[in-house]
Design a protein around this ligand. Structure first.
Ligand SMILES: Cc1cc2nc3c(=O)[nH]c(=O)nc-3n(C[C@H](O)[C@H](O)[C@H](O)COP(=O)(O)OP(=O)(O)OC[C@H]3O[C@@H](n4cnc5c(N)ncnc54)[C@H](O)[C@@H]3O)c2cc1C
Length: 283
C-alpha cells in the first residue's frame, strides 16, 4: 500500500522545526530514520497530514560521553552508537542491547532516540533506557524539559511527549562502581523482535555481596516492566546468589500477553529461564 497524502516539511534548523511542530500540532509526525514510521504510513496504520523530517537539523548527530552520562543526539543512528568505543566503555549495556536491534540496514538508518520515541514494548532501547534510569531531553517552542524514562512510556507506541515536542537527545547514566549488566533474549531469527528479552543490572558491595538486582523485560507487557528482584538475593555473595529464586520471583510478577508468536505461558517460562541467565551473566 501507499501512504495517505501528507505535506512534507524539511526544516534546516531546530527553531524552524519547532515552529512547524507548533503549527501542525496533532496533525504532524516527526520523521527521523523512518524505520518504524514509514511501515506504519505504508500500511495506513498512521496517516498524519504533515511529516516533519528532522534529518537536516545540525548538531543532533553527536554522541558525548561525560563523567556522568552518555548523551546520544536525536540523529545518531543505532550503528553509530553501537560502534562508539567511549560509549561502550562508559555504559556497555547500550552496545549489548543494540546488537539485538533489527538488521544492519535498519540499524544504519534508524535512530536510537527514534526507537525510544516509538515506544514499542518489543524494542530493546526503551527497555534498557528504563532499566538504566535514562532521561529524554525534549525541546518545543515552550522551552526544554527532561523526561525521566519512568515517566515516558504511557502504553504501546505511546509516550508522554506532547505533539509539539521534539526529542533532541537521550542521556543514560554511566556504569556505577561495582555495577554489571547483561541482556539475553530469544527471537525466532537473529534480528527479529524478541519473543522475550531480559536485561539485568546487579550492584554489589565491596565484599561482593549483592546490594541490588533489577531486571527489565522486552515483549512482556504493554510497556517494559522493570522488576526489583533484590529481595531474592540481597546479602548473598554475587557468585553464589540464588538467581533461580530471583527468576521465580520474576515469573510470579510478570503478566505477558499471548500473540501469534507465543502463548502467555510460554513467554512466562522463557522469562524465568532468561532472567536466571541474564543475572548469571551479569553477576
Ligand atoms: C524489519 C524491522 C525489524 C526491526 N527489528 C527491531 C528489533 O528487533 N528491535 C528494535 O528495537 N527495533 C526494531 N526495529 C525498529 C527500529 O529499530 C526502529 O524503528 C527505529 O530505530 C526507530 O527509529 P527511527 O529513527 O527509524 O524512527 P522513525 O521511524 O522515524 O520514527 C518512529 C516514531 O518516533 C517518532 N520520533 C522519531 N524521532 C523523534 C524525535 N527526535 N522526537 C520526537 N519523536 C520522534 C516518530 O514521529 C515516530 O512516531 C525494526 C524495524 C524494522 C523495519
Amino acid at each position: 500500500m501507499k501512504p495517505a497524502p501528507f505535506t512534507y516539511h524539511r526544516p534546516a534548523g531546530l527553531d524552524e522545526a519547532l515552529d512547524v511542530l507548533d503549527q501542525v500540532g496533532s496533525d504532524g509526525k516527526v520523521l527521523a530514520g523512518g524505520q518504524s514510521l514509514l511501515p506504519l504510513l505504508s500500511m495506513r496504520l498512521a496517516a498524519p497530514a504533515h511529516l516533519v523530517d528532522v534529518n537536516h537539523l545540525p548538531g543532533l548527530d553527536v554522541v558525548e560521553v561525560t563523567a556522568d552520562v552518555v548523551r546520544c543526539g536525536a540523529l545518531v543512528r543505532h550503528t553509530d552508537l553501537l560502534r562508539h568505543p567511549a560509549a561502550f566503555d562508559a555504559q556497555p549495556l547500550l552496545r549489548r542491547a543494540l546488537q539485538h536491534v533489527a538488521h544492519p540496514t535498519i540499524r544504519n538508518r534508524g535512530t536510537t532516540v527514534g526507537s525510544i520515541c516509538h515506544a514499542d514494548p518489543a524494542a530493546e532501547m526503551p527497555a534498557v533506557t528504563l532499566l538504566l534510569g535514562g532521561t529524554l531531553v525534549v525541546r518545543s517552542r515552550r522551552g526544554e524539559r527532561r523526561i525521566a524514562a519512568a515517566d515516558l512510556f504511557a502504553g504501546p507506541l505511546e509516550t508522554t511527549l506532547a505533539t509539539d515536542e521534539l526529542a533532541v537527545a537521550v542521556e543514560w547514566p554511566v556504569t556505577a562502581p561495582r555495577e554489571s549488566t547483561a541482556i539475553v533474549e530469544v527471537s525466532r531469527r537473529h534480528g527479529d523482535y524478541a519473543v522475550c528479552g531480559v536485561a539485568a543490572q546487579v550492584r554489589v558491595d565491596e565484599d561482593g555481596t549483592v546490594r541490588a538486582a533489577r531486571a527489565v523485560y522486552v515483549s512482556m507487557g504493554l510497556t517494559p516492566p522493570v522488576l526489583d528482584l533484590t529481595g531474592a538475593v540481597a546479602g548473598q555473595h554475587v557468585e553464589r546468589a540464588d538467581w533461580a529464586g530471583a527468576a521465580a520471583l520474576a515469573t510470579e510478577q510478570l503478566e505477558p500477553e499471548a500473540d501469534i508468536h507465543a502463548s502467555a505461558d510460554y513467554r512466562r517460562h522463557l522469562a524465568g529461564v532468561l532472567t536466571r541467565r541474564a543475572f548469571e551473566e551479569a553477576g
